[in-house]
Design a protein around this ligand. Sequence first.
Ligand code: NDP
Length: 335
Amino acid sequence: MSRITLARRPSGAPVPDDFKLVTEARPEPAEGEVLIEVTHLSLDPYMRGRMDDAKSYAPSVDIGGTMTGQGVGRVIASKADGFTKGDMVTGMTGWASHACLPASELHKLDGTLPPSTALGVLGMPGLTGWVGLHRFGQPKAGETLVVAAATGPVGSMVGQLAKAVGLRTVAIAGGPEKCALATDTFGFDAAIDHRAHDDARSLRKTIAEAAPDGVDIYWENVGGKVLDAVMPLMNVHGRIPVCGMIAWYGGANVEDTNQLPAMWRSILVKRLQVSGFIIFDHWDQYPAFLADVGPKVAAGEIAYLEDVAEGLENAPYAFIAMLKGGNTGKQIVKL
Ligand code: NDP
């Protein structure tokens, strides 16, 4: 079997030498475990944080340890009740061709939709958008929502759910092609290319034109220039679900923003509700999410995009590219 390990901790943006491909004997399942042959691996922005040794909401990957990640795969041997050879399952396989996991940590797929959807639109990112929007965004018809990384699995879920409730939805995305996807595939009312704006002031002017009634919900995926641009446009009693800050992962671009006093002032004066949340606190909502969103995905009422890289050995390259916006849709690796 092969796996990708963390060779060293990155300084800033990760590079290929931060990872190492290791080949070794395939493990055997112990009592209560299942051996999985991984078919699809999820690449997610949070993995950048796991490469650092800073204290966070989850442990870091050790040097020499397998990169953390969720995979989908086929059961090839089982010593656990309820799982048999050939079952398709998902779990935290890591960046690996095979994984032995306890049955209690696996979720069986029902086969109605392609297995890779369990990693994106019907997986952790989809759940993040669904829980976060309803619980912390509290959307109301007639309001305006702005979200960046809008064609990714979180942003596209947020945009589509908000639109369905009757909000005006404004996408921020990198490049004209992603902007076209935001409006044509995901139904955003307007899409703005953040790469076409060198500074927050210029981006703010364009967002203000697309959101003439101000912004009621700013779904925070990126931080950086976009946050600077949106903050002064927030309406009184606006909500900011703080989901991610990818522009600053690995300590990048921190010099872009020194707006803390102005931002705190906005929070105070506009009485904003700023809610940080981590999806791991909300997995109890997964069955309700699947019951609501699963049929809508199957019926084509909720769209999704996947960007599929081929081969485990290419996972580091796809991951490095994704952090810079190289992905179009949920980044998957097909093994
Ligand atoms: P995406 O698939 O959307 O990939 C990340 C995207 O971020 C890139 O494609 C790029 O899109 C955008 N991006 C990268 N750098 C910048 C930048 N400097 N400025 C603006 N945009 C940038 O990711 P996900 O949908 O999986 O995740 C979105 C966010 O949600 C991330 O911050 C992630 O960490 C967070 N998250 C948080 C969770 C939680 O529990 N709180 C759970 C899941 C995700 P583009 O080219 O369009 O700019």
